[in-house]
Write a protein that binds this ligand. Structure first.
Ligand code: PRX
Length: 640
C-alpha cells in the first residue's frame, strides 16, 4: 500500500489543512479516491447542524461499498501474506497467533456465513461481548461483511448493562465466549450473557466461542458453539462470502457511551465517512510505514479498538497487534516484552497504563531493548507532564515522538493531535487540529472566542467524515446532547485552552462525565446504581484526582438507617454498582452524609462536593444560597 495523502512535513500539513478548510468536499473526495467503491458518490457532503431534525450529515451520498472489501479483499492482490493481525495471549507461555490478510479474509468469510446460517440479515443488530481474542475482530468484520450492525459491549459491563444495550438496539443475536483471561483471573462471560438474556426477548441466537474451557449452560434452540458452526459452513463448502453492498450512510456500528444523563447513548457511525476518516488519521497521525508493526493496547470494547485496532489499520493494510491481557501480568514489564518480542514500531496506549507502570519502577524496563520503537501514542484522557516525560525518556529513549491524540466515541477518529515526526511536540498538549477539523472555543455567553492564548468550551464548527450521525433510536437526543448548547456547532463536552501558538490543550470534561482509567462514566449513572440499594435515600457522585486512574469516583450517600455495620453497607453499595453497571464504575470512596448541599430549588450543588472531594476546605465559593449551609460543615468534617 502507498499513501499518497500521507503528510511528510509541516509545510505539507499547513497546505493540507488550508485546502481542507477552503474546499472540504474537494479535499475529502481526493482522499476517497484511494478506496475501493462498488459505486462512486453523487455528492461529497450535505449537512445541517441546526433545525428541528438536526443534525443531518451525509458524506459521499449515493456511493456503494463494503468496508471489509477495503479492509481485506483489496489487500489480497499484493499483500495476501502480510500479517493483518498479530495476537498475543494473556499467558506469555501460550503461542501468539498471526493472521495474514489472506487468512483473516478466509476467517471473516467463514464466520459471516455462520451468521447467515443463523438467520442474520443486513441491518440486524448484533451484540458482541467477548474478550480480546482474534475472534472478536473476526466477529466485528463478519457483521460488516454482511451489513449487520455490531454493538460491541466491553467485557467489564454487568448483565444489567448488557441487557439495557441489547434492548435499546433490539439485537437479535449475541456473540460471546465461555470466558475471558485477564491477568490471573478467568472472567465468566457466557454466564453474564445468560443473566442479561433473562431480560431480552429480541435475542434468538447466541454464538459461543470457547476460550477458557470453563463450564457454561448451553440452551437448546438458542445457543450454538462457534467452532461447530464453522465446521458446518466448511461442510457446506461455503468458503467465500460476497460482501454485501452498503450505502455510504448505512450504519456500520453502534457503540454505547456515557453522558450526563443516567442512560448511555448508542452512538451511531456509518460506513464510508468513518472508513475514510479512520484510515486517513491512522496513516497520518502515526506516520505508518508499510510493514511496520503497530500495537494499540486498547480493548475493542471501546472506540479506540474499533477505529485503531480494526478498521483504520486494516483499511491501510497495516499489521495491527491485539493483546488479550493486562499491562501488569505476569509482571509490569509485559508491554515492553511484547514490544521486543514482535519488534513493535508504533505503540499506542493510555495515560492510566503509563502511570500504573511508572508506579512499578524502572526495574521492569531496564533490561528491555525497546529499540524497534519509532512512534508512541496516548489516548483517552489528558496526559500529565510527569507521565509524558517518563514515557518519552524511558520507553521512547528520547527518540520517539509522542502523539497525544484527542478524540471521542462520537468523533469516530482522532481530531486534534500531533502528526508523528512532523508537528513540534509540547508535553500535555494535543497540539493542532488535523486537516478537516475546525475547532472553536466558546465563552460563557456562547460566543466563539477568536485569537490565541484563550480558554473555554471546545466545539467543532464543521462536519468531518468520521463524526456520529445520530444516537440509536432517538435522533432528538443526539441533537439535544451535542448540537443544542451552541447552535451551529458540535459541542464536545470538553474544556480546552489554545496557547499563544494555536496549540490545543484539553483540560477535561466540563459536564457530569468522569474519566476513570480512560473509561467514560456518567455521574448520574453511578448515582442511579447506588440509589438502587435498599438502604440508600439519595446520593451524589463526583470525581477527584487519582494518581493512577486520572480520576477516581467519590460518592456522598444518605442512608435510611445508620445503625448497622457501615463498612458492610459500603461493600453492599459497591456490589450494587457492580451488578447494575459493572466493576469499572465502583466508587473509590464512599462517605455517608446526613444531607447534601442543595439550592432552595432542590438542585445538588456539585461544585461544592467536587471541591470537598478534591481536598479543598476553604474556598468553597458562595454557600449562602444553600437550603441548609450547615450540611457543608458536616461533610467537610467527615471527609474520607
Ligand atoms: O474528555 C476527553 C477524553 O476522553 C473523552 C472521550 O472519551 P471516549 O468517548 O470514551 O473516547 C476515548 C477514546 C478516544 C473526551 O471527551 N480524552 C480522550 N482523549 C484525550 C482526552 N482528554 C485529553 N487528551 C486526550 N488525548
Amino acid at each position: 500500500m502507498s499513501y499518497p495523502y500521507q503528510i511528510k512535513s509541516l509545510d505539507e500539513y499547513h497546505d493540507a489543512y488550508k485546502k481542507s478548510i477552503s474546499d472540504p468536499a474537494k479535499f475529502w473526495a481526493a482522499i476517497a479516491e484511494n478506496f475501493l467503491w462498488k459505486k462512486k458518490w453523487n455528492n461529497v457532503l450535505s449537512w445541517n447542524f441546526t433545525g428541528e431534525n438536526a443534525p443531518q450529515i451525509k458524506w459521499f451520498e449515493g456511493a456503494k461499498l463494503n468496508i471489509t472489501e477495503n479492509c481485506l479483499d483489496r489487500h489480497l492482490k499484493d499483500s495476501a501474506d502480510v500479517p493483518a493481525l498479530i495476537w498475543e495471549p494473556n499467558d506469555p507461555k501460550e503461542n501468539s497467533v498471526t493472521l495474514t490478510y489472506k487468512q483473516l479474509h478466509e476467517k471473516v468469510c467463514a464466520f459471516a456465513n455462520v451468521l447467515k446460517n443463523n438467520g442474520v440479515k443486513k441491518g440486524d443488530r448484533i451484540c458482541i461481548y467477548m474478550g480480546m481474542i482474534p475472534e472478536l475482530a473476526i466477529a466485528v468484520l463478519s457483521c460488516a461483511r454482511i451489513g449487520a450492525i455490531h454493538s460491541v459491549v466491553f467485557g467489564g459491563f454487568s448483565a444489567q448493562s448488557i441487557a439495557d444495550r441489547i434492548n435499546d438496539a433490539a439485537c437479535n443475536l449475541v456473540i460471546t465466549c465461555d470466558g475471558a483471561h485477564r491477568g490471573a483471573k478467568a472472567i465468566p462471560l457466557k454466564p453474564i450473557i445468560d443473566d442479561a438474556l433473562l431480560q431480552c426477548t429480541s435475542v434468538k441466537k447466541v454464538i459461543v466461542y470457547s476460550r477458557t474451557h470453563t463450564p457454561v449452560a448451553m440452551m437448546k434452540d438458542r445457543d450454538v458453539w462457534w467452532e461447530d458452526e464453522i465446521k458446518k459452513v466448511e461442510a457446506q463448502g461455503k468458503t467465500d462470502c460476497p460482501a454485501e453492498e452498503m450505502d455510504a450512510e448505512d450504519p456500520l456500528f453502534i457503540l454505547y457511551t456515557s453522558g450526563s444523563t443516567g442512560k448511555p447513548k448508542g452512538v451511531v457511525h456509518t460506513t464510508a465517512g468513518y472508513m475514510i476518516y479512520t484510515t486517513y488519521t491512522f496513516v497520518n497521525v502515526f506516520n505508518y510505514q508499510p510493514d511496520e508493526i503497530y500495537f494499540c493496547t486498547a480493548d475493542i470494547g471501546w472506540v479506540t479498538g474499533h477505529s485503531y485496532i480494526v478498521y483504520g489499520p486494516l483499511a491501510a493494510g497495516a499489521t495491527s497487534m491485539m493483546f488479550e491481557g493486562i499491562p501488569t501480568y505476569p509482571d509490569a514489564g509485559r508491554f515492553w516484552d511484547i514490544t521486543d518480542k514482535f519488534k513493535v514500531n508504533i505503540l499506542y496506549t493510555a495515560p492510566t497504563a503509563i502511570r500504573a507502570l511508572m508506579a512499578h519502577g524502572l526495574d521492569f524496563v531496564k533490561d528491555k531493548k525497546l529499540d524497534s520503537l519509532r512512534v508512541l501514542g496516548s489516548v483517552g484522557e489528558p496526559i500529565n507532564e510527569e507521565a509524558w516525560q517518563w514515557f518519552y525518556k524511558n520507553i521512547g529513549k528520547e527518540k520517539c515522538p509522542i502523539v497525544d491524540t484527542w478524540w471521542q466515541t462520537e468523533t469516530g477518529g482522532i481530531l486534534i493531535s500531533a502528526i508523528a515526526g512532523v508537528t513540534k511536540l509540547k508535553p500535555s498538549y494535543a497540539t493542532l487540529p488535523l486537516p478537516g477539523i475546525q475547532p472553536a472555543i466558546m465563552d460563557e455567553k456562547g460566543n466563539e472566542i477568536s485569537g490565541n492564548d484563550v480558554s473555554g468550551n471546545l466545539c467543532i464548527k464543521f462536519p468531518w467524515p468520521g463524526m456520529l450521525r445520530t444516537t440509536w433510536g432517538d435522533h432528538e437526543r443526539c441533537r439535544k446532547t451535542y448540537f443544542d448548547a451552541y447552535p451551529g456547532y458540535y459541542f464536545t463536552g470538553d474544556g480546552c485552552l489554545r496557547d499563544e501558538n494555536g496549540y490545543y490543550r484539553i483540560t477535561g470534561r466540563v459536564d457530569d462525565v468522569l474519566n476513570v482509567s480512560g473509561h467514560r462514566i456518567g455521574t448520574a449513572e453511578v448515582e442511579n446504581a447506588i440509589n438502587k440499594h435498599t438502604n440508600v435515600v439519595e446520593s451524589a457522585v463526583v470525581g477527584f484526582p487519582h494518581d493512577i486512574k486520572g480520576q477516581g469516583i467519590y460518592a456522598f450517600v444518605i442512608t435510611e438507617k445508620q445503625n448497622g455495620d457501615a463498612e458492610l453497607t459500603k461493600k453492599d453499595i459497591l456490589e450494587t454498582v457492580t451488578r447494575i453497571i459493572g466493576p469499572i464504575a465502583k466508587p473509590d470512596k464512599i462517605q455517608f452524609v446526613k444531607g447534601l448541599p442543595k439550592t432552595r430549588s432542590g438542585k445538588i450543588m456539585r461544585r461544592i462536593l467536587r471541591k470537598i472531594a478534591e481536598g479543598e476546605t476553604e474556598n468553597l465559593g458562595d454557600i449562602s444560597t444553600l437550603l441548609d449551609p450547615a450540611v457543608v460543615e458536616e461533610i467537610k468534617r467527615e471527609k474520607v
